[in-house]
Ligand binder design. Structure first.
Ligand code: ADP
Ligand code: MG
Length: 729
């Protein structure tokens, strides 16, 4: 009888790199050729429509029906030159992935022929049957209608012969059923709030865009090995597997040279990404074996979010051509590093200024400090919400596992900026502000650029770190969409900036000079938000204790973290900024909890099944061999030698029985807890029970299975081992 593991191993070992032939010419020749970008619009749209679409993108102006018809027909003409036959509205339902329903351009005409057709109405709006997408009770199944509406700020693109039009997805009654709607709203409010604050310093600013540059981490495994691990196929992670004798101890993978088979794969998906206008720039090996990262040049946040969703899809698709499978899961392998998706975030004015870039003049530094302090304050006020924004079952396994930021949110700004904020708080007397800002005093504000240039002061352990001209939110999970994190960051900053303006204006009304008013308020904020600042090692146990003393939350599990969403404070925040209503938030809370519960349920079942029909039978088969062997020894040896020499075998036979019995007992107990959990009457209780009563069995069962993996004859073991999954490319 063949062993599936050995079949898979020999397939994996015999693979050759699949050479990729890049398109001829430079990357810039084909970059964005599959997107309806500005160059394509210029070529295909009338001058009038072009102007209208650009205004829609830059200023959020509405596009009327007549223009929409013109755009649709140009879009169709363009798409057909690229071989597109179908179109689809492309959206981000609350499942966290993307959804499409393709329709052909073709329309039959009288006489048996057909023409290609695409109207403005089809571009602007569609009504997909929404009944199978999660809605958290917003939409009854009998009222299946939901509609998608065109987002002109993210260019249409062509994927596999289909024109994809980025859209929002809302219920018939107007409630958001997707991740894009609240993101666009949050970006809009932060734009307005940031423009208002910018105008204290510079009257010319009319728009502020949030920017996002994500870094995507992932693992690759050979497809044959992947398919012989049912846990990888069904849950995206290995629920069992003893650590490989060698994994990442020698740090020899990080930034090491990339295996040829992997390089060819990377080149291949980069070509596709570049053709789709995704500006991928960086690729390298990550810390764990078979772990990698790619990152683009940053872009406007909504566009960057779409590009990340699209890239995750392309990475998975292209991997098939190389007999590789991408693991986007946050923790596919226990005891080696997990994967994250760092979100580099900043704000850019329409005058070309990065608001988080320390400037060269006192004025620009004053503005920089203003935004810096407001961000710190916003994170301090809403740390629990930020934690909730990145909560998922997969991320629970990564956060705080000594390789990723803990579940405690804090802000790192580096020693120089810390010193500056401390100085503002303690040394600067009001009334002296201008002098201090303009001269090179002990405040050093005008020295910031110089200081920062040689400031390589980087703290890799912080969940939210200032890195020279942007913040890097490192707690986002690798499989997650960036939308939630981006919505929350921009929303809390918008709210904070509005508060700031109110506080400053109140002082100005009392005849305090503008600069002094700003300074006073900043000083107050620095004091109020001090607790969120942490410059030390966030992975340490001391920090956990210290954070508790400071009153920062440490929400270790998804069900705990998600509760912040439905707190009065958060609902008030979302409602006052018109980003989501209470009902929409509650629906999202339900969906997230349900998804957590389902993941726990699936993982628990997969564990039970695999243990019962792979692990235990294999262990018993090996145990039988040992039993036969000891019986034989008894026949051939004298009694004294037998007692001496069979000791080891007998001990192994016993050990196997003990592990097998522990596995069985604990599976039964876990199943019983599952039953109890399923009987509970509310979504949050069920999720909580899965988290605190079912999940703890995972580690217990795994412990015994992994012990068996070490005991049992390697040739009998059916599941590919870590040393094979992680080292064979
Ligand atoms: P790291 O050392 O963390 O890899 P990099 O300087 O290479 O830092 O930048 C990482 C990511 O940050 C890239 O995707 C880059 O485009 C992005 N980034 C740089 N500047 C900004 C910005 N102003 N706004 C948003 N993202 C940015
Ligand atoms: Mg980084």
């Amino acid at each position: 009888m063949g062993n599936i593991r050995f079949d898979a191993l020999s397939a994996a070992i015999s693979r050759k790199p699949k050479k990729v032939n890049p398109p001829s010419g430079k990357i810039s020749d084909y970059f964005g050729e599959l997107t309806f970008n500005e160059a394509a619009m210029k070529e295909y749209l009338t001058q009038e429509s072009f102007k209208k679409v650009i205004n829609a993108i830059r200023k959020g102006e509405k596009i009327d029906r007549r223009i929409a018809d013109q755009v649709a027909s140009s879009l169709k003409a363009w798409a057909m030159t690229k071989g597109a036959t179908h179109y689809t509205h492309w959206f981000h339902p609350l499942t966290g992935s993307t959804a499409e329903k393709h329709d052909a351009f073709i329309m039959p005409v009288h006489g048996g022929g057909a023409i290609e057709n695409f109207h403005g109405s089809e571009l602007i709006q569609q009504e997909p049957d929404a009944s199978s997408f999660p809605s958290g009770g917003i939409r009854n199944t009998f009222e299946a209608r939901g509609y998608t509406a065109w987002d002109p700020t993210s260019p249409a693109f062509i994927l596999n012969g289909t024109l994809c039009i980025p859209t929002i997805f809302v219920s018939y009654t107007g409630e958001a059923l997707d991740y894009k709607t609240p993101l666009l709203k949050a970006l809009n409010v932060v734009d307005k709030a940031a423009v208002d604050v910018c105008r204290y310093f510079d009257r010319d600013v009319n728009k502020v865009n949030a920017t996002l540059g994500w870094e995507q981490e992932y693992f690759l495994v050979d497809t044959a090995l992947y398919y012989s691990r049912p846990d990888l196929v069904l849950t995206g992670r290995t629920v069992f597997g003893h650590a490989s004798a060698k994994d990442q101890q020698l740090s020899d993978h990080y930034f090491g040279s990339i295996a040829e088979r992997v390089t060819e794969y990377m080149k291949d998906f980069e070509i596709e990404a570049h053709r789709l206008g995704i500006p991928l720039k960086t690729r390298h090996n990550e810390v764990a074996p078979n772990q990698y990262e790619c990152a683009p040049v940053f872009d406007e946040a909504n566009l960057a979010v779409d590009q990340n969703q699209l890239l995750m899809h392309i990475m998975q698709k292209v991997a098939k051509n190389h007999d590789l499978t991408v693991l986007l899961h946050e923790k596919p392998f226990a005891r080696v590093n997990g994967s994250g998706k760092h979100n580099n975030w900043s704000l850019m004015t329409d005058t070309g200024i990065n608001l988080l870039s320390p400037g060269k003049t006192a004025k620009s530094n004053f503005r920089f400090i203003t935004f810096l302090v407001n961000i710190i304050k916003a994170v301090h006020t809403h740390e629990a919400l930020l934690r909730a924004s990145i909560a998922s079952a997969g991320n629970d396994l990564r956060l705080g596992a000594n390789e990723a930021p803990p579940a405690i949110i804090s802000v790192f700004i580096g020693s120089h900026l810390s010193q500056i904020l401390d100085d503002i708080e303690t040394k600067v007397k009001s009334g002296k502000i201008n002098a201090h800002l303009k001269e090179e005093s002990d405040l050093k504000i005008s020295k910031i650029p110089e200081i920062l240039l040689d400031n390589t002061d980087r703290n890799r352990t912080s969940p939210f770190a200032f890195t020279g001209n942007k913040f890097e939110f490192r707690a986002v999970g690798s499989a997650d969409t960036c939308s939630n994190a981006m919505t929350v960051l921009n929303l809390i900053l918008a709210d904070q900036l509005q508060q700031f303006k109110q506080d400053v204006d109140a002082l100005i009304t009392k005849k305090v000079k503008k600069d002094e008013a700003i300074f006073k308020v900043l000083k107050k904020y620095i004091t109020e938000s001090k607790k969120i600042r942490f410059e030390g090692n966030s992975y340490s146990d001391e920090w956990v204790k210290e954070a508790e003393k400071r009153g920062l939350s440490n929400l270790r599990s998804t069900p705990e973290a998600l509760k912040s969403y439905i707190s009065e404070k958060v609902i008030k925040l979302y409602e006052s900024q018109h980003v989501l209503t209470k009902r929409e938030i509650e629906a999202r809370y339900e969906i997230k909890l349900e998804s957590f519960t389902k993941i726990m349920q699936i993982e628990s079942r997969v564990m039970g099944d695999l243990a019962k029909n792979h692990i235990i039978p294999t262990a018993i088969r090996y145990q039988n061999l040992l039993v036969e062997n000891t019986k034989g020894l008894k026949d051939v040896l004298d009694a004294k030698s037998y007692i001496k020499l069979s000791k080891n075998q007998l001990q192994t036979i016993k050990d196997i029985s003990e592990h097998v019995s522990a596995i069985k007992t604990n599976i039964d107990l876990m199943v019983e807890e599952r039953r109890k959990a399923n009987r509970l009457d509310s979504t949050d209780k069920v999720a909580e029970a899965y988290n605190s009563m079912v999940k703890p069995y995972f580690e217990i069962i795994r412990y015994h299975v992994d012990k068996l993996e070490l005991l049992v004859d390697d040739t009998l073991w059916t599941l590919p081992k870590y040393r094979e999954l992680l080292f064979i490319k």
